[in-house]
Ligand binder design. Structure first.
Ligand code: 8DG
Length: 129
């Protein structure tokens, strides 16, 4: 499974994470906004679409900088997830699907339980952002 995800970084250097709603796999864990890349899309196109759908914000592929990726074997699928940093967008990110949101300093990300695939990314972000 190919999933594109974003580290949205605000002017204070905080990163936006979202809590996976009840009823979805990995419910209750915090994740980077994003979602599955559907056939015919580039990861960047998928992310621009997902950021609009999930957070009501507008950005573009040229504002997405690839910084890391996760590669993780879950019990029933393998996840490959490129992570893009994004510092430029239009609109105020707001939860479009009822999900809880949090702006978090990279050093505090470890306080938020995230899916196992994300754990290596937390340490990387501390150094990269
Ligand atoms: N967006 C996102 N997904 C992650 C992260 N870490 C992680 O393991 N995942 C997994 C959870 C899911 O199995 C998959 C993303 O699928 P999803 O179901 O959220 O994607 P989607 O928004 O396209 O979902 P849907 O339309 O099928 O509801 O990737 C992360 O940090 N961000």
């Amino acid at each position: 499974m190919l999933v594109a995800a974003a580290a949205l970084v605000d002017a204070d250097g905080r990163v936006l994470i979202a809590r996976r709603p009840e009823g979805k796999p990995l419910a209750g864990l915090w994740e980077f906004p994003g979602g599955k890349v559907v056939p015919g899309e580039t990861p960047e196109q998928a992310l621009v679409r997902e950021l609009h759908e999930e957070l009501g914000l507008d950005t573009r592929a040229s504002c997405l900088a690839p910084i890391a990726f996760a590669s993780h074997a879950y019990a029933d699928f393998h996840l490959l997830m490129p992570l893009f940093a994004c510092r430029v967008w239009q609109g105020n990110p707001t939860a479009q699907e009822g999900q809880e949101l949090a702006w978090v300093k990279p050093v505090r990300l470890a306080d938020y339980p995230m899916p196992p695939a994300d754990e290596p990314l937390v340490a990387l972000l501390r150094d990269l952002l």
